[in-house]
Design a protein around this ligand. Structure first.
Ligand code: ADP
Ligand code: MG
Ligand code: ZN
Length: 612
């Protein structure tokens, strides 16, 4: 817009220039006549030098007998006869002079009188018009801000496909809960007849990528109703009040299309706890949230409009949202377990040609902790990899490679390590792997590699054998030892450490802090939470509440973290020094082959995995 304004100003400047030069041309034509004063004229009349006087409105144009031209400016009101009287010109002398009262030619009159007044006026008006048009343009945009950008799709379509429950694998309980909503939308009378109230708001809760958005669409698809969706972050705009008006607009539109689903994705962006936070966006959020609450309270309970909302941060939601009559139903979506993972993989493999060797169960086994979105991504990466290798069926190798890619980022074969770096990395990773193998509570090693991936120079993949919901302290302690094993090994072998261990140290510190402050696993500190979950919500809450413990406790926490990591490092060191020969064997194979898979690794170490 700035650029446009500048351009317009330039255009006007150019126009002004052209017009003023036209004027000066016009002046040049007039210059042929000499301008004189009245006394000169009087004298010339008396000397009988004048042949002709033309009287116009604004001037006397004099033609001398010798054909010279002169002009005298005159006021439009003055008449020639007054002039004659005032200057006491002898009428007899005038007899020889031809006096013509010239009518102003229409054109000249307009040019002379109107142009100097009207043209600048026109220019100014034009300029103002342009300016206002631009401002209006901005205004129009501002007006549109108020309209919700809700996307409206028929029956929960994605692209031109209708999503239904069969596209959502796993999440059995969630689907059962939502089946009820589908029934409400399909046969509202059945429920209303019995005096049942149609639920108004359903909140979908779950980690990112667990299929909340997908499931919301599927509800609309199952019920065959219109689907309006907007994301919470779209409410939060520059202008205060825009969010609220969008909410109003969205609800108004949805109410015209009942039965329908109105889906507010990522509602935590607006639905955070009120009364805290800093900065202007906070006011906006509050207004938007209030408007959502007003709308949800405001519509007729028999309206067949159901509001679905999704969030992965239920802990930060304003309690007002969760009150009865608003989002009083909550549906939890868990990360998929092994069976669900297999089912999700099957859903996404439907349109991909899998080779007969590709066993999705194996893939499911290898992907604990993956979300539905991660799994979809794995299969997609596998398809891409297959295409790049010019094969027409996806083999299991491609899928397994894609797991690592999703987990750790792409392999960077171009990012070559020097001979020295390779050696350090090999020892570092061998240390991790050895300690993981020999610590009974640590997860078994699936793969070691010194091919750099993402930001890491090398990596050791140790994954749990099965899905676990609960974790013991002994597992955490062994995990800590594994995390520090790379650092310890580098120190042991090269007597100094590289930056490669930095990330491990950060993870180890965070893990030990969690042990103490969140899980009550410290022997020294009382079993309570220090800091609380809100600590992580930046600006979301009153800052004073972030630290709910004293300075003295803070010192104790620090001391405990120190103790945990020092102990873990000592345990790792013990394993490394006692198994130096095994370590050297792993390093030798690693330097030679760059990656070692699970079975070969066990062979190289020479003892089976330590188990509890
Ligand atoms: P969320 O909204 O919970 O972050 P999405 O619904 O956007 O997650 O999921 C992203 C993608 O992951 C979906 O489009 C789908 O391809 C895949 N996905 C996630 N969960 C499932 C599931 N249970 N079944 C099938 N696909 C899933
Ligand atoms: Mg989502
Ligand atoms: Zn490491």
């Amino acid at each position: 817009m700035q650029k446009n304004l500048f351009k317009n100003i330039l255009i006007f400047a150019a126009a002004l220039l052209v017009i003023s030069s036209l004027f000066s041309l016009y002046d040049v034509q007039n210059e042929k006549a000499k301008t004189i004063g009245v006394p000169v004229l009087v004298q010339q009349i008396n000397n009988a030098e004048i042949a002709k006087i033309e009287i116009t409105d604004s001037s006397l144009d004099v033609i001398l007998k010798n054909d010279e031209k002169e002009t005298i400016a005159k006021e439009a009101g003055d008449t020639f006869s007054e002039l004659v009287k005032n200057y006491q010109i002898d009428p007899a002398k005038l007899a020889g002079v031809e006096v013509v009262v010239k009518e102003q030619s229409g054109f000249k009159f307009w040019v002379n009188v109107l142009v100097p007044i009207v043209l600048p006026l026109l220019l100014i008006i034009g300029f103002i018009w342009f300016m206002t048009r631009q401002v209006q343009g901005a205004n129009m945009q501002a007006m549109n801000f108020g309209r919700s950008r809700a996307r409206e799709t028929k029956k929960g379509q994605v692209g031109n496909e209708i999503v239904t429950f069969k596209d959502v694998a796993g999440v059995k309980e969630a689907k059962e809960e939502l089946q009820e909503i589908v029934e409400f939308l399909k046969h509202p009378k059945k429920f209303l007849k019995l005096g049942a109230k149609i639920p108004r708001g359903v909140l979908l809760l779950g980690a990112p990528g667990t299929g909340k958005t997908l499931l919301a669409r599927a509800v609309a698809g199952e019920a065959g109703v219109q689907f309006f969706s907007i994301s919470g972050s779209e409410f939060v705009e520059m202008f205060v009040g825009v969010g609220a008006s969008r909410v109003r607009d969205l609800f108004a539109r949805a109410k015209k299309h009942t039965p329908c689903i109105l889906f507010i994705d990522e509602i935590d962006a607006v639905g955070r706890q009120r009364g805290a936070g800093l900065g202007g966006s906070h006011d906006e959020r509050e207004q938007t949230l209030n408007q959502i609450l007003v709308e949800m309270d405001g519509f007729d309970p028999t309206t067949n409009l159901i509001v679905l909302a999704a969030t992965n941060r239920p802990d930060v939601l304003d309690p007002a949202l969760l009150r009865p009559g608003r989002f009083d139903r909550r549906v939890f979506l868990d990360l998929p377990d092994i069976n669900d993972r297999e089912a999700i993989l099957k859903v996404h493999a439907r349109k991909k040609p899998l080779a007969s060797d590709a066993n999705l169960r194996h893939v499911a086994e290898r992907t604990p902790g993956f979300s539905g979105a991660d799994l979809a991504n794995v299969l997609n990466e596998a398809a891409i990899l297959t295409a790049r290798r010019d094969k027409n069926k996806i083999n299991e190798t491609e899928i397994l490679e894609s797991i690592e890619k999703v987990l750790l980022g792409p392999e960077r074969q171009s990012f070559l390590l020097s001979q020295d770096e390779k050696k350090v990395t090999a020892y570092h990773e061998a240390g991790h792997a050895l300690v993981a193998h020999l610590m009974p509570h640590a997860d078994p090693v699936h793969k070691i590699s010194i091919v750099s991936r993402g930001r890491a120079a090398g990596y050791t993949l140790n994954l749990p054998e099965e899905d676990r919901r609960l974790h013991r302290k002994s597992e955490f302690l062994d995990d800590l030892a594994v995390l520090l094993a790379g650092y310890v090994t580098e120190k042991e072998i090269f007597s100094e450490v590289t930056t490669g261990a930095g990330d491990d140290l950060r993870k180890a510190t965070e893990l030990s802090r969690d042990l103490i402050t969140r899980y009550g696993m410290s022997d020294k500190l009382s079993p309570r939470i220090y800091g609380g979950a809100e600590e992580m919500i930046f600006l979301g809450r009153d800052i004073r509440e972030q630290r709910n413990y004293s300075e003295r406790v803070a010192e104790q926490i620090d001391a405990e973290i120190d103790r945990l990591v020092t102990d873990a490092a000592a345990r790792a060191k013990e394993v490394v020094t006692e198994n130096k020969e095994r370590l050297e064997n792993i390093v030798k194979v690693l330097l030679e082959k760059e990656t070692i898979e699970k079975d070969e690794f066990v062979q190289v170490v020479g003892v089976p995995k330590a188990v509890r």
